[in-house]
Structure formats: C-alpha cells, structure tokens
Design a protein around this ligand. Structure first.
Ligand SMILES: [Zn+2]
Length: 162
C-alpha cells in the first residue's frame, strides 16, 4: 500500500477576560487573566484540532463540537482533541507531527512548553517528539500585542499506509 500523506492548517483566537483560567495546550498556566470562550477556550488545542480535521477533509471543530451544544460548555479541550484523534484513527490515519505557533504577549510560556507537548502527544497517542510548540509576541502591536487576545496557528501532517 502506498503511503498517503496529508497536511492541514488550523488557526484560532480568543479574547482575554478576567475571572477565567488560562489553559494553553492542555496546561493551566498561572496568569491574571484567562481566555474567554464556551469551552476552556484553549486556543492551542482548537488550532491543533482544526489542523488535524483539515488534513483529512473532515471540516472543523465548530462543526463537530458546536458552541451552541451545552455538552461542550466548560469542557476540557483535551477531551475534544482526543475525540478528533479517535475519528482519525477510526479512518486509519496516523499523526505524523503537529507544529504549533502560539501568538501572545504574556505570560511567557517557556516553562510550560514541554508539559503542553506531553499533554498533546498523550491525547494524540504519539511520541512527544512529534509535537512542537513555539511562541512569539507581537512586539506590542495590535490586539494581541496589547494583551487583549491570544491566537494560535497549527500545522498537522497525517498519514495512512506504511
Ligand atoms: Zn477556540
């Protein structure tokens, strides 16, 4: 059987809000604000889930986990990511790698980066070396630079066959 390789891209953005936990890549990061959203607003995992769904042409997380559905209110996005991984696995897809580019001004995520990689690798059932997390600030420019929002890009490659 020939190897079938696919790639997908994901992007997400959430506003910062007071009184919310900041959850990034499945890890709670201590900060004075969190991200607003229906679920835990994990902007990293939402981008990763969209990249994986995009790679196999399966739509996006809004379609699979609509924010009008009460079952997904406050849910850990790791649960959603595990479900996406399960969907791909059922169709014979294996995750080759995931690369995340997180855009936020604060806090510094360096100390949490490896924990995020491990959480995501675990949810996807792959070795931690297949998951990368990078972060950059916006040098104070725009909504993200002014600490009003955090955004994340993700690219995922999946394959079928040998
Ligand atoms: Zn989101």
């Amino acid at each position: 059987m020939k190897t079938d390789i696919r790639v997908g891209i994901g992007y997400d953005i959430h506003r910062f809000a007071a009184g919310r936990k900041l959850v990034l890549g499945g890890v709670t990061v201590p900060h004075k604000k969190g991200l607003a959203g229906h679920s835990d607003a994990d902007v990293v995992l939402h981008a990763v889930a969209d990249a994986l769904l995009g790679a196999v042409g399966a739509g996006d997380i809004g379609r699979h986990f609509p924010d009008t559905d009460k079952r997904f209110s406050g849910i850990s996005s790791l649960v959603l990511l595990r479900r996406v991984a399960g969907m791909l696995k059922k169709d014979g897809w294996r995750v080759s790698n995931v690369d995340v580019m997180l855009l936020l001004e604060a806090p510094r995520i360096g100390p949490y980066r490896d924990r995020m990689r491990r959480r995501m690798a675990q949810a996807l059932g792959v070795a931690v070396g297949r998951v990368s997390v990078k972060a950059t600030t916006q040098e104070g420019v725009g909504a993200i630079g002014e600490n009003r929002a955090a955004a994340s890009y993700a690219v995922a490659a999946v394959y079928k066959g040998r």
